[in-house]
Design a binder for this molecule. Sequence first.
Ligand SMILES: Nc1nc2c(ncn2[C@@H]2O[C@H](COP(=O)(O)OP(=O)(O)O)[C@@H](O)[C@H]2O)c(=O)[nH]1
Ligand SMILES: [Mg+2]
Length: 196
Amino acid sequence: MKIISAEFITSAAKQSQFPIENFPEIAFAGRSNAGKSSMINVLLNRRRLVKTSSTPGKTRLINFFLINKEFIFVDLPGYGYANVPKAVRIGWKETVETYLLNRALLKGVVLIMDIRRVPEKEEHDLIGWLKHFGIGCRLAVSKADKVSKSELIRQRSRIAEALLMEKEAVIPFSAKTRQGSDAVWEWIKGRIHGAV
Ligand SMILES: Nc1nc2c(ncn2[C@@H]2O[C@H](COP(=O)(O)OP(=O)(O)O)[C@@H](O)[C@H]2O)c(=O)[nH]1
Ligand SMILES: [Mg+2]
């Protein structure tokens, strides 16, 4: 995908703050620190369009970016944050669910999780929930550069199995080596152009 322009539109904490722009949207979801912002930067060939953080749980807002004046990337706040008061956690969950549930422009969700982890309640819940509402979802397992080739194969199968998915549907990804970025783009392009 040739990126001609990528610009920050707005941050939103609630529905009334969602942008009025009318373009298909692709959202990036996952635990805080999973590598969502890093993936968006890699996909867009921008080093720092989206701030990445070594402090988990910093992003509390939904950030919208207009790409090629054609479609929108949505950086969702991460779930599964440690050291955050319960009330704040519930607020974030509400923000994300409001977005996922009400945004007719949403064409698909890239779910990102660290390849070294195993799916937990949050991933199971989100996948079940997206399925229930008929929102297309693709799983990318991030930080693939952090594991050996054999560990990558093992973890990919393990994660796919836990989520009752074909392992081919799980995309190994690395923001460091750009592994998987073509595969993620292929899926995104299909969603934007209306394929199922
Ligand atoms: N080695 C490696 N580190 C990564 C990768 N993706 C993200 N990181 C690091 O993981 C941390 C969290 O990344 P970030 O994109 O901010 O995660 P987010 O909270 O999901 O948006 C940062 O320190 C990143 O540099 C990756 O593919 N490989
Ligand atoms: Mg982030």
